[in-house]
Write a protein that binds this ligand. Structure first.
Ligand SMILES: *[C@@H]1O[C@H](CO)[C@@H](O)[C@H](O)[C@H]1NC(C)=O
Ligand SMILES: *[C@@H]1O[C@H](CO)[C@@H](O)[C@H](O)[C@H]1NC(C)=O
Ligand SMILES: *[C@@H]1O[C@H](CO)[C@@H](O)[C@H](O)[C@H]1NC(C)=O
Ligand SMILES: *[C@@H]1O[C@H](CO)[C@@H](O)[C@H](O)[C@H]1NC(C)=O
Ligand SMILES: *[C@@H]1O[C@H](CO)[C@@H](O)[C@H](O)[C@H]1NC(C)=O
Length: 432
């Protein structure tokens, strides 16, 4: 019996993609949203997709405090390659824009404790029209990436159909494994199949990929962020069980630091990406980012919530008619995170609730407000009011319930009475 139990436990643990990577959501930088397919280095040398751009971002990550917080991947997206494969049929970078080759870039990253990610596509062409990696090229391209000491692959799905994807995505997983180099594997497959069962099999994705794009590309606007949040919340019962250490749903890049979001909206994206246990790939110009955007992206408590080792994706627990939504994520050590999010467009909204209305029912809790740095104690039954800015959030780290201070009085060895020291029947609502 004991042997049987052990055997089945083992077979369960070997189901996840077994490269040992990304036990917490990967963090870093990805070129696409901010820099797209800008190949015009002659007129736009600072922003074009070239080795200089990735070297600049690597310098910023390693010198401006990002790397220490976990932002270690520097990821190339589409439009990096030459239009032609080399004489041996291998992909090669555009020689003008990447004169040192990809291996020079991976060495540059590794020398600084960073990692390099690259991009491929399951079809004949990439989305930007560059050479793709269809079925017959999977093995040679996986081998080429490993040869360059690449650390991650985003495998896109333009120009391929469902039948090809069904074969190609698992085949690439096998091919990466066969190189012997641990390479994080991001699959765009579900995004091309509507993101939902029965077309998408999340059990299988967890077996072959480390992360996967479920939904369309994010754009530099609040509408786009809201659209992503809504899709992930609506489908959370399907998505949450798919996530865990080594396997993550990917709602796409952080656009904080760009042009489309206010500071409140930037905090909202950061907070909700942490609740969703999302990969944190910034797509912004780290050379010119504002100090406001930087402090949101470098908030240690939000990052630690995102990186919680238990790896349970959080959920929307309330959707109020007044436009307030509450999100919750269980964390290790019996802690949790709460996000109170306002979809309103009028003025700061005073939302009244209590911890017990949010299912916290075992006494008093220590609350840490992630964006204001304030700490307080709250009893489960105490009504309180939080002020939530339009399109903004209040985010709390909630510690494990404090042991209730249970006092007993004895006289002559006989119990005379008892009470909870934190009982306070006259508690008035507190305003935060
Ligand atoms: C390849 O897969 C095997 C078996 O799942 C695993 O033990 C090994 O670590 C993997 N290797 C790499 C490089 O991913
Ligand atoms: C998918 O593409 C392959 C290769 O081009 C083709 O043979 C096949 O008929 C296509 N399948 C569907 C369902 O379109
Ligand atoms: C989904 O994938 C898993 C693991 O590969 C497999 O066992 C299961 O049969 C698949 N489910 C469906 C509905 O195809
Ligand atoms: C978490 O709570 C459970 C149930 O209340 C308790 O048994 C467990 O010891 C707690 N774990 C930690 C790490 O505090
Ligand atoms: C509280 O828990 C109950 C029972 O599990 C559940 O039905 C309800 O939706 C939860 N409420 C919130 C706000 O999470």
């Amino acid at each position: 019996m004991a042997v049987l139990v052990l055997a089945s436990a083992l077979s369960v643990t070997t189901l996840a993609l077994d490269n040992g990577l990304m036990r917490t959501p990967p963090m870093g930088w990805l070129a696409w949203e901010r820099f797209r397919c800008d190949t015009d280095c002659e007129h736009d040398p600072k922003n074009c997709i070239s080795e200089n751009l990735f070297i600049d971002m690597a310098d910023r990550l390693s010198e401006d405090g990002w790397k220490e917080l976990g932002y270690v991947y520097v990821n190339i997206d589409d439009c990096w390659s030459s239009m032609e494969r080399d004489e041996q049929g291998r992909l090669q970078p555009d020689p003008k824009r990447f004169p040192g080759g990809i291996h020079k870039l991976t060495r540059y990253m590794h020398d600084r404790g960073l990692k390099l990610g690259i991009y491929g596509d399951m079809g004949k062409h990439t989305c930007g029209g560059y050479p793709g990696t269809p079925m017959e090229k999977i093995e040679i391209d996986a081998f080429t990436f490993a040869d360059w000491e690449v650390d991650m692959l985003k495998y896109d799905g333009c120009w391929s159909n469902a039948t090809e994807q069904e074969q190609g995505y698992p085949l690439m997983s096998k091919a990466l494994n066969a190189t012997g180099r641990p390479i994080g594997y991001s699959c765009s497959w579900p995004a091309y199949q509507g993101g939902l069962p029965p077309k998408v099999n999340y059990t299988q994705l967890g077996e072959i990929c480390n992360l996967w794009r479920n939904y369309g590309d994010i754009q530099d606007s609040w509408d786009s962020v809201l659209n992503v949040i809504d899709w992930f919340s609506k489908n959370q019962d399907v998505l949450i069980p798919a996530a865990g250490p080594g396997q993550w749903n990917d709602p796409d890049m952080l656009i904080i630091g760009n042009f489309g979001l206010s500071m409140d909206q930037s905090r909202a994206q950061m907070a909700l990406w942490a609740i969703m246990a999302a990969p944190l790939f910034m797509s912004t110009d780290l050379r010119t980012i504002s100090s406001g955007a930087r402090s949101i992206l470098q908030n240690k408590i939000v990052i630690s919530i995102n990186q919680d080792p238990m790896g349970v994706q959080g959920r929307r627990i309330l959707k109020e008619k007044n436009g307030i939504e509450v999100f919750w994520r269980p964390l290790s050590s019996n802690a949790s995170a709460l996000v109170i999010f306002s979809r309103r467009n009028d003025m700061p909204y005073r939302y009244q609730t209590s911890l017990s209305k949010l299912n916290y029912t075992t006494g008093s809790y220590k609350i840490y407000d992630v964006f204001t740095d304030k700490t307080m104690m709250l009893k489960d039954s105490t009504d309180f009011v939080v002020s939530v800015n339009p399109t903004g959030v209040v985010m709390w780290y909630v510690s494990a319930p404090a042991k209730r201070n249970f006092l007993q009085f004895y006289k002559g060895g006989k119990l005379q009475g008892s009470f909870y020291a934190d009982d306070d029947e006259n508690a008035i609502p507190i305003f935060l």
